[in-house]
Design a protein around this ligand. Structure first.
Ligand code: TYD
Ligand code: MG
Length: 457
């Protein structure tokens, strides 16, 4: 038995530090570093190699395994994000802000899966069984054969899983679970790690799929889901703006399918409804041409999605004008403003700039650069773009427009939704037979000249 030592662990990202600090260097969060007692490796000089272990069996890459048997939930948006349904004995983490709708989504998933004849256990450490039943009534799931338990003791949960052997177990949430062999409070990094490790390894051995729910925490009082991301096969994040009814389920890691796939839902009075055609929804508020508003033809995972990008530019009374971004990267906005100034002579100094991606969706594709630049210039000049046009293309620091992937899919989706023209990079390969009128420009200055004419800086 070694002596105990102390390390410092960030409760947001799980990084281990030698010393306490106010800010975690790894994830940049403040006040998230907590002291943690650990067992040291034992007496110095005594390494693992000293006592021999067992030789492990080795195999070759060419050996053939059985193809993965997947089971569908029957909720298309969820099945697609998982890469085509649930893989048996897999571990999935569903993270998201409190109140975003994780429990609702998973109760619906549990209900749908149980109705297909699978055995499903829903274990909640947050709500009483009666509360879950009330939710089920609201979601019209009362007749679904899901088995409920309100429990936080991990030892009891594992014993129950062993006795029941369900196809799927949902643990809501991992932060409320308590492993009695770990000497710290529920929600701490050590507890969350231990609980996730026990659950995932136990479930793998017994062929049970587990879904762990994890709250994203900003204050660091309880450990965030990032500390267990590496232990699971699939990590999904459930996102959305509080004031909006849209919710986006995004795969950020998937051992059994593509990452970056999204599923779109709408939160209604009777639970989450699938949104099969998100473009129509994200654009529904657009009616007449408005300056500062443009439509970006994006790709989310395997699906084209059209979204509205809105910019507002106003004279600033502040010494350092505001740059406010919702749904896009603020560093990327600064870059585009700099390219507009340096390469096109369009300055935004002395002006407040606001950029918003409508509908509460977050965009990370660089292909949105051109649409963002167009929205900014359109807002500054109070000059609306033709309302029937979409844009896509990446901007490089030289001001050149770079082609993006899947031009055809983007154009097809735009055409389907009634758009008739597109602006993009000249090096973009597009099909000639498309009915869309495609305007191509080599660089940003040329694009601005085509759309807005001469601009005084
Ligand atoms: P919940 O699933 O409890 O969130 P989480 O588990 O991520 O903390 O969702 C709670 C919110 O969803 C709450 O504000 C109420 C709302 N809601 C609806 O709008 N419609 C519904 O049918 C349900 C069940 C919840
Ligand atoms: Mg919940």
């Amino acid at each position: 038995m070694g002596k105990t030592a102390t390390t410092y662990v960030c409760s947001s990202c799980g990084t281990v530090h030698k010393k306490w600090a106010g800010k975690c260097e790894s994830c940049g969060e403040w006040n998230t570093i907590r002291e943690q007692a650990v067992l040291s490796a034992g007496p110095k000089g005594k390494t693992l190699g000293a006592a021999k272990g067992r030789k492990v069996a080795l195999s070759s890459l060419s050996e053939s395994d059985k193809p993965l048997q997947r089971s569908l939930f029957g909720i298309d948006e969820l099945d697609r994000v998982l890469g085509g349904g649930l893989v048996p004995a897999s571990a999935i983490l569903v993270g998201g802000d409190p109140g975003i709708g994780k429990s609702t989504l998973l109760l619906q998933a549990a209900g749908a899966f149980a109705r297909k004849g699978n055995k499903v256990l829903y274990i909640s450490g947050e709500e009483a069984a009666s509360q879950i039943r009330m939710r089920a009534a609201r979601l019209n799931l009362t007749d679904a054969p899901v088995q409920l338990a309100a429990e936080t003791n991990l030892r009891d949960i594992l014993t129950t899983l062993d006795a029941e052997r369900p196809a799927l177990a949902i643990i809501d949430s991992i932060q409320t679970m308590w492993a009695d062999h770990v000497d710290s409070a529920p929600g701490s990094v050590s507890q969350v790690r231990a609980a996730a490790h026990e659950l995932t390894s136990f479930a793998k051995r017994r062929g049970i799929s587990v879904v762990l729910v994890g709250h994203v925490t900003k204050d660091g009082q309880i450990a965030g889901p990032r500390v267990v991301e590496h232990m699971v096969d699939t990590v999904l994040y459930f996102e959305g703006e509080r004031g909006h009814q849209f919710r986006i389920l995004r795969a950020v890691k998937n051992r059994f399918g593509p990452a970056d796939e999204i599923g779109v839902f709408e939160m209604t009075g009777a639970g989450l409804q699938e949104v099969a055609n998100p473009s129509a929804l994200f654009l529904s508020e657009r009616d007449k041409p408005t300056s500062g508003s443009v439509v970006f033809a994006g790709i989310e995972g395997t699906r084209p999605v059209l979204v509205e990008i809105q910019a507002l530019v106003a004279q600033s009374s502040l010494a350092s004008p505001r740059r406010t971004v919702v749904g896009w990267d603020s560093g990327r906005l600064s870059m585009i403003l700099a390219v507009l100034e340096a390469r096109c002579g369009i300055a935004f100094g002395g002006m407040d700039v606001y950029l918003n991606i409508a509908g509460g969706i977050k965009i990370s594709e660089p292909a949105a650069d051109l649409a963002v630049a167009a929205a900014l210039v359109s807002a500054r000049q109070d000059h609306a773009l033709p309302p029937d046009s979409v844009l896509f293309g990446e901007i490089s620091l030289s001001g050149a427009l770079r082609p993006t992937t899947q031009a055809e899919n983007r154009l097809k989706e735009a055409e389907k939704l009634g758009f008739s023209s597109a602006f993009t990079a000249s090096r973009m390969k597009t099909v000639a037979k498309s009915a869309m009128k495609v305007h191509k420009s080599g660089d940003l200055a040329e694009f601005i000249e085509t759309c807005f004419g001469q601009i005084d800086s």
